[in-house]
Design a protein around this ligand. Structure first.
Ligand SMILES: [Zn+2]
Length: 372
């Protein structure tokens, strides 16, 4: 009935959770189940193991600050819970009143839940015989991948101005903040914005944010303008523009620095060629992949520009080592797009699709279970 020996004993989970205090630790018993709930702090890994003599369940929580109780009175199969702090590692020792079956360990809503049921003594002895596991290193959580969101324009550079006076720089910031909120809620990546206020940031500096911090992905958000056009579109970097619209758009977006009154981090045609030749193939492939994911995610959710994925020489996409895409969320020159982009609900929908694409790009990164 136990499966592999020590199946649960080295269950380590890599989590990244908002700071929480362990004050709400609770032990309860109901319907033959004993449940321990431990609120986890930020970036906590945990490991559960057992010893037979004395009969104990041990929960180790590295990198955790503790503000909760040091002792809990027993309930159900647990006669007492004690906390033993060793440096930054917290250890919870559960003294067992009787043998238990394999515990169910899970995490939800920032709490570690350990559910215990009575079990046969022989089974528990096998469970607790994880001698080798006692010396196994506790997995430390690695940092989550970093996604840099770049709200286009800002400060003296308003970007495109809509038919009804909507400023692109305001739409891009609102959309980026919403996307940041959604991505952070999903806890599968860290998020940094190139700007969080209405300030002017040169294009080169935006790229540098992603490069310096070794971002896994750079997403620049914009809203375009062109007579008669409507719908969202996605752009990746290319030496040669895929079409006139893409070329004109890249020219306009690249002018942002001049509009802001600062000199471009002068990208001469020659330097541009060298920069482009430095783009590793995998970066390019990553950019193409994220663009495809963005198109797939937006499809059916918002109107799309025909030939939704286009290519052109955007300065802001020129980090040679960070996959990057530029999303034009719609045309502020089109009254329907302008009205939609002014609605928080529409921006949330766009952000939801983009979050899906980001998650697809980063791959499935759920809690990692390492069984012993
Ligand atoms: Zn723009």
């Amino acid at each position: 009935m136990l499966g592999r020996r020590g199946l649960f004993a080295a269950a380590a989970s890599l989590l990244f959770l908002p700071e929480a205090e362990a004050a709400g630790m609770a032990l309860s018993a109901r319907h033959g189940q004993t449940r321990l709930l431990v609120p986890l702090g930020k970036a906590v890994a945990w490991r559960v193991s057992a010893t037979a003599h004395p009969a104990r369940l041990i929960i180790e929580l590295p990198n955790m600050s503790w503000h909760g109780p040091s002792r809990l009175a027993g309930a159900g199969v647990v006669s007492e819970v004690r906390r033993e702090g060793r440096g930054a590692t917290q250890t919870l020792v559960l003294s067992l009143a009787r043998p238990i079956a394999t515990p169910q360990v899970s995490v939800s809503h920032g709490k570690l839940a350990v559910v215990l049921r009575p079990g046969p003594a022989a089974g528990f002895a096998r469970l607790a015989n994880g001698h080798d596991l006692a010396t196994a290193a506790i997995a430390r959580p690695g940092p989550l991948p970093l996604v840099v969101l770049d709200p286009g324009h800002g400060g003296r550079d308003p970007g495109t101005i809509g038919a009804r006076g909507t400023l692109e720089k305001r739409i891009t910031l609102a959309a980026a903040l919403e996307l940041k909120r959604q991505l952070e809620a999903a806890r599968r990546c860290r998020v940094v914005l190139t700007r969080t206020r209405d300030v002017f940031i040169p294009l080169g500096s935006r790229v540098e944010v992603a490069r310096r911090r070794q971002a896994a992905l750079f997403l620049s958000l914009h809203a375009d303008s062109a007579p008669g056009a409507r719908g969202a579109s996605v752009y990746t970097l290319s030496e040669t523009a895929s079409d006139n619209l893409a070329a004109a758009l890249a020219r306009r977006e690249n002018l942002a620095d001049r509009a802001g009154g600062l000199r471009l981090p002068s990208v001469s045609p020659e330097v541009g060629r060298i920069l482009l030749s430095l783009i590793r193939q995998e970066t390019q492939m990553g950019s193409e992949r994220v663009a495809r994911l963005v198109v797939d995610a937006l499809e059916g959710e918002v109107p799309l520009l025909p030939n939704t994925h286009r290519r052109a020489g955007f300065v802001v996409l020129k980090a040679p080592d960070v996959p990057a895409a530029l999303v034009e969320m719609g045309f502020l020159s089109h009254p329907k797009d302008e009205a939609a982009l002014n609605r928080a609900s529409h921006r949330a929908k766009v952000a939801e699709a983009l979050a899906d694409a980001v998650h697809g790009f980063l791959g499935a990164r759920g809690p990692v279970m390492a069984a012993g």
